[in-house]
Design a protein. Structure first.
Length: 488
């Protein structure tokens, strides 16, 4: 598998001279791999759009043929049309296109195990994220973190016949893939029965993304796992949701505030805010079934933003907001190195009584790509504390994280009553009980990028508060003007 990744990635560097960037390269591999695997599985494709036709063509006509194939497949109904919708060739040199076709043709992809095929593909995604860096966060959430969340949430389609799993900000499908891999592990390779297997393949995994390329990559990523998901292209926040409702939601909404110029005009949003992450929380409240559960990755600034308390107050009324995991610094290295984030777990249908918080950040060396990579050990103790109940209703006790034991060590697991949370205006970031001694050591200070991100987050929060004050003043001014008009 590693050899396959290295071969494909090595050729990417060659294509860089032809103006094909990392993202374009993976997208082109998506198109070509699908054709190769369709040929291996004897899947019927539109006339002259098959792999042998492409493979056996060379010279200047190859580029034209490839463009024509992409156009025809984009008009085909079903998953083919979804994957190839608005697909464009990035190749100008037929020699480079021919070399990539030959490289893919060397491997019989369907003879590889599903996991191996997917790992090869995801290996390319990870390399693109780590080497491209800028904007790569939309493509990749650390797999170690995703797998830990999935183990806690246990997204099991066998629970009932209508069980649905969704990621409303799915990117390239990492959460959905991990959810399926967890199921395969639990069933020792997929012993599901014919009807259940069919339902899992076609009617269990759902997603949405704003950008065409990540959605396309998600479709291919899941196809490599033998799934045909429903992944919608559209704006999750500003467009009205479909009638679909879900039993399990796993998501990492995009960080930052870019594009969030105004509050969405949606009747199902109780709090009007232009904070994207808070709007994703409100969206999840809408699409989550009663009795359903969710795990959402949220940056620190979302927890202390001006209207965070209002949103989480509503969430705590409708849901059991039972767990918060404070992630280590640098968890998203190298994609978004300065971002500090949390995972918020809740279950819909009964109000919160106790919020448990696990601090996996204080006195933990920051994550780096080489020297201190993120591992499963960073979350092993948290998973033990979380318990076996995916809805967070397992019996819990603070001594599950003793001061002198565990991978991280320290008193990292504490509970707070709803009254305590309400007393702090539902600002979940305010519950900090461990003194972070590493921050007193100049050698252990966060990198400049992280300090800058913190400063920007605080400034954004201040700007939001000032805008709220200005809105109140403007409303008051208009009201006074109307009163003066009536008196006149």
């Amino acid at each position: 598998m590693t050899d396959i990744v290295q071969k494909l990635w090595g050729f990417c560097h060659t294509l860089r001279h032809d103006g094909v960037d990392y993202g374009d390269y993976i997208e082109q591999i998506t198109f070509l791999l699908f054709l190769k695997m369709a040929d291996e599985r004897a899947v019927e494709l539109p006339k002259e759009c098959d792999w042998p036709t492409l493979r056996d063509t060379s010279g200047t006509g190859l580029v034209d043929l490839y463009v024509d194939i992409l156009r025809k497949l984009g008009r085909t109904p079903g998953i083919l049309g979804d994957i190839y919708a608005e697909a464009q060739s990035r190749f100008n040199n037929p020699v480079n296109l021919k070399r990539l076709i030959n490289l893919i043709d060397e491997t019989e992809w369907t003879t590889l195990g599903v996991d191996v095929k997917a790992e090869a593909y995801e290996g390319l995604l990870e390399k693109a994220a780590s080497e491209g860096k800028k904007g790569a966060g939309q493509y990749f959430t650390p797999r170690v973190l995703i797998q830990s969340i999935v183990r806690c949430m246990k997204p099991d389609p066998r629970a009932h016949r209508e069980f649905k799993i969704c990621d409303p900000a799915c990117g390239t499908g990492g959460f959905l893939v991990a959810a399926y891999e967890w199921l395969m592990h639990e069933t020792k390779g997929g012993a599901l029965g014919r009807e259940t297997a069919k339902r899992v393949r076609h009617k269990t995994y759902f997603g949405q993304d704003l950008v065409a390329r990540p959605r396309r990559l998600a479709l291919m990523n899941l196809f490599l796992h033998g799934l045909e998901p429903k992944i919608v292209l559209g704006d999750t926040i500003y467009e009205a949701p479909s009638s679909d409702r879900f039993d399990c939601i796993l998501t990492n909404p995009p960080f930052g505030t870019r594009g969030a110029n105004q509050a969405p005009d949606r009747d199902d949003f109780t709090i009007a805010t232009n904070n994207k992450q808070l709007n994703f929380v409100q969206h999840i409240l809408t699409i989550l079934k009663p009795g359903g559960r969710a795990a959402v990755v949220l940056p620190d600034n979302c927890l202390f933003a001006d209207q965070a308390g209002e949103v989480f107050k509503i969430l705590a009324e409708d849901c059991d907001l039972h767990t918060v995991l404070r992630l280590p610094r640098g968890t998203f290295t190298p994609y978004s190195q300065g971002v500090k984030a949390n995972v918020v777990f809740f279950a819909k249908g009964y109000p919160a009584e106790t919020v448990w918080i696990y601090d996996a950040r204080s006195n933990v060396p920051g994550i780096t790509k080489k020297d201190r990579p993120l591992t499963g050990g960073h979350f092993a103790e948290f998973e033990h504390c979380y318990g076996a109940d995916p809805n967070g209703r397992a019996k819990r006790k603070a001594k599950d994280s003793p001061p002198d034991k565990g991978y991280l060590g320290g008193d990292r697991w504490r509970s707070f009553s709803l009254a305590e949370v309400e007393g702090r205006d539902f600002k979940l970031d305010s519950f900090k009980w461990l003194k972070d001694e590493s921050l007193e050591d100049a050698d252990e200070l966060p990198p400049a990028e992280e300090l800058t991100t913190d400063a920007i987050s605080e400034l954004e929060g201040a700007v939001e508060e000032l805008n709220a004050v200005l809105a109140l003043l403007e409303n008051g001014t208009r009201a006074n003007a109307k009163r003066r008009e009536r008196r006149a």
